[in-house]
Design a protein around this ligand. Structure first.
Ligand code: NAD
Length: 253
């Protein structure tokens, strides 16, 4: 395939929720996209829809807990577009439980996907970003990276570690023009939130969560995607190592 002249963004976890909204936001900014996800059918459906609207897009199926996945992802982006400019580490898994409820298997799985995969893919993309003279990485953390959480110890610790990974890598690569920031969503209306609830029960749960948020509602995937897109843009060219809450004020009190 002839390399594209367009900038290329890799986005993980694009088969649902926030990742799909980020894909649409970055497509609107004119980037070529490599979408990464586990579910071929949903991934290809989104890719086909974006392609029909004029975006250069390739779907790459991968389970990011596979240690061979990062090299394959970068290779796929280079093969399709000849370059990588942006990486969005969005894929993640939620777990509930206090320390005594959390088995080693759950702890290890959550750390491996939420932290390990972000680390491995960020490390793997650096040479490609450097080759373009810089680039942007945005990690989708959580507002539980910023404050303590009740009953979600593995998840909250994994997201706090992503925040620290963001700050450390930002310092290490600022001089290369590689900016690394994190978005910290609060409760956001995706399949992850109120998982298993549908219809009226789901609407009631979301309303209950929203009532505890200063702005009076849970976030939408688009709320998160807009800030993510901003962090990849030239408007954020002097930002690196920032952790941005997008939570309707939930962590402001
Ligand atoms: P979601 O469940 O719809 O999306 C998560 C995506 O990650 C899915 O597409 C899933 O397939 C993918 N994924 C999980 N494990 C993977 C693996 N091993 N390999 C490849 N892909 C994998 O939920 P979402 O709310 O859209 O979550 C997106 C990000 O936002 C996550 O990192 C999540 O922790 C974070 N977040 C969500 C909320 C919320 O309330 N929804 C709040 C704070 C942070």
């Amino acid at each position: 395939m002839t390399p594209s002249a367009k900038t290329c963004a890799i986005i993980t976890g694009t088969t649902s929720g926030i990742g799909a909204a980020i894909a649409r936001a970055l497509a609107a900014q004119g980037h070529a996209l490599l979408l990464v996800g586990r579910r071929e059918d949903a991934g290809r459906e989104l890719a086909d829809a974006l392609r029909a609207e004029g975006t250069e897009v390739v779907f790459h199926a991968a389970d990011l807990s596979d240690s061979a996945a990062p090299e394959a992802v970068i290779k796929a982006a280079i093969a399709a577009f000849g370059r990588v400019d942006i990486l969005i580490n969005n894929a993640g898994l939620l777990s509930h439980g206090r320390a005594e409820d959390t088995t080693d298997a759950v702890w290890n799985r959550i750390m491996d996907v939420n932290l390990g995969a972000v680390f491995r893919l960020s490390r793997a993309v650096l040479p490609a970003l450097r080759a373009q003279g810089g680039g942007a990485i945005v990690n989708i953390a959580s507002d539980w990276a910023l404050v303590g959480a009740k009953g979600a110890v593995a998840y909250a610790v994994s997201k706090a570690a992503v925040a620290q990974l963001t700050r450390c890598m930002a310092q290490d690569h600022a001089h290369e023009g590689i900016r690394i920031n994190a978005v910290c969503p609060g409760d956001t209306d995706t399949p992850m939130l109120a998982a298993g609830l549908t219809g009226r029960a789901r609407a009631e749960a979301l309303a209950r969560y929203g009532a505890n948020i200063p702005m009076g509602r849970v976030g939408t995937p688009e709320d998160i995607a807009r800030v993510t897109a901003f962090l990849t843009s030239d408007a954020a060219e002097y930002m690196t190592g920032a952790l941005i809450p997008v939570d309707g004020g939930a962590t402001a009190d």
